[in-house]
Each structure stands twice: as C-alpha cells, then as structure tokens.
Ligand binder design. Structure first.
Ligand code: CDP
Length: 261
C-alpha cells in the first residue's frame, strides 16, 4: 500500500484491478491474529493484530475500587482505559488521554458491561487497560474484541464474548473492515458490536451518509463477518486450554516415570 502523507488522500480508494488499496476484495477481512495470557502481571490479558492494528488488553479484578468513592454497594463496576501510544499513528499523538480516548473507553465499557455479572461483585471493580501500539482504522472494534478475550482469559464469569467490526462505504461501494485511510477518506463508517448470548447489538455508531435500506444491508453484512471474528476468539481461548491440558498430562507422565524408578 502506498505511503499516505498526512491529509493527502488518494483520488480513489480502489486500484485499477478493482481491489482496495491494500489488495483486499470488498468483502475481505484484514489478517487477524489473537493470543491470550501474554501479560503475566495481569489477571487476564490478550493481544490482537488486526491488519496493521496492534493492541494489548490487560484485565484486573475483581479488586478494591480506587478511588473508593466510585465503589457501588450493590454491584461491581467496570472501568475501561483505552490509550493510544504516542508512536501509534502517523502524527505524534499527545501522550495525555484526549476526548477521543475517553469516548472510546466509554463505548468499550458499554459494550462489555452487559456480558458481565457485575451484580455478583458489589463494592469491587474490574479494570481493562487497552494499549494501542499501532493504529490503522477500526481500533475501537479491535479493542472491544481483544478486551472481551482478556476478560475471558482472566476467568471472569461472562454470559458470552463480544465481537466487533466496522463496515462502511468507500467510493460508493460497500466494504467491510475499513483501514485507516478508508475510514478517513470513505463516505461512511459503521462500527458494530454484538453480544453473543442474546445476539444483540451492543454498539452501533455511524459516521457518514447512507439510507435506511443500506443500513439494513450493512447490518446483515456485518453479522456474517462478526461470526468469523467470534470463531477466532473462541479458537484462541480453546488453544490456551488445549496447551494447558497437554502440559499437565506431560507433567503427570514425567512424575509417573520418576515414581517407577
Ligand atoms: O480507530 P477507530 O476507527 O475506531 O477510530 P477513529 O477515531 O475513526 O480513527 C480512525 C483511525 O484514524 C485510527 O484507527 C487511526 O489509524 C487514525 N488516527 C490517527 O491517525 N490519529 C489520531 N489521533 C487518532 C486516530
């Protein structure tokens, strides 16, 4: 993909061969890689590479609430801190959290709260720290996806995972999973998240221009790809437990061998 200099958008977001600038078809996800349990000091953690996005999520809790006055006597609270590293975008990002980071922290918390049993943890907090190391469009969707995985990795009871994706319109065409330049230079961007236990939409933001019919088409399109993302999340969690199981049975065999000697 050509290097895009700040505020210099290409005239078209499609190549001559009809592919998008990064070589994808309209209905093609960027490559996605997920891992869990990579931050040893956290109760749960996950790492996600989604195209050029590289994002860590670390989860702590249930634990004491600081500052104390935020604690609720009848339920636990979920706090999310979404941050972008200074080097994560083309322009140097100011290190202090800005309005955008506060907004994304809030919407990630709103998406995740419905799947937690916060009423079972009065007076405590769950904290999710999201660090975007490299950003290239769709970081809020990627953050929701990786944060849900980190909560599950922490062993926190959940009704289901949450997955998210952005769909949108560029040069008049429907596409999924917008990259940074498509997000900025395209006509519409629609981040969507789903809670799987009830298949309800827990995030629907909209930036751009489209009619109601188009919106419905976009929702159907998103649902199809949300399933693929959910499957990657599930496979990532399963592979952690398969590895643990293999390790335990190997240790047991080694112990048995020692016992035989
Ligand atoms: O990341 P997401 O699409 O959820 O949020 P956005 O506010 O629509 O930002 C779109 C993209 O713009 C980000 O993913 C970054 O690649 C880029 N961006 C940037 O270059 N500088 C910033 N200060 C913030 C975002």
């Amino acid at each position: 993909m050509p290097l895009i200099i700040k505020d210099e958008y290409p005239e078209t977001l499609f190549r001559e061969d009809g592919k998008r600038l990064d070589g994808r078809d309209n209905n093609e996800l960027r490559p996605i890689k997920m891992e869990v349990g990579i931050i040893k000091n956290a109760d749960g953690s996950a790492y996600l590479e989604w195209g050029n996005n590289k994002i860590f999520a670390a989860v702590y809790g249930p634990r004491e609430v600081h500052p104390h006055h935020l604690a609720k006597p009848d339920k636990g609270i979920l706090r999310v801190f979404y941050r972008m590293a200074t080097f994560s975008v083309f322009d140097r990002k100011r290190p202090a959290p800005g309005r955008r980071e506060k907004e994304i922290s809030m919407i990630v918390a709103d998406c995740l709260e419905p799947v937690l049993f916060l009423e079972l943890y009065p007076g405590t907090s769950f904290e999710v720290f999201i660090e975007v190391m490299d950003a290239d469009g769709g970081t809020r969707c990627a953050s929701i996806t990786v944060a849900a995985l980190a909560l599950a990795d922490a062993g926190i009871p959940m009704k289901s995972l949450v997955s998210a994706i952005a769909v949108g319109k560029i040069d008049g065409k429907k596409v999924i999973d917008l990259s940074g330049i498509e997000d900025k230079a395209g006509e519409a961007d629609l981040p969507i998240a789903i809670t799987w236990y009830n298949e309800e939409i827990s995030l629907l933001q909209f930036d751009g221009d489209m009619d109601l019919n188009e919106m419905n088409e976009f929702l159907d399109l998103a649902k199809e790809f949300l399933k693929s993302i959910h499957n990657i999340q599930l496979d990532t969690l399963k592979s952690k437990y398969i590895k643990l199981q293999e390790k335990t049975s190997k240790n047991k065999k080694d112990e048995d061998k020692k016992g035989d000697k």
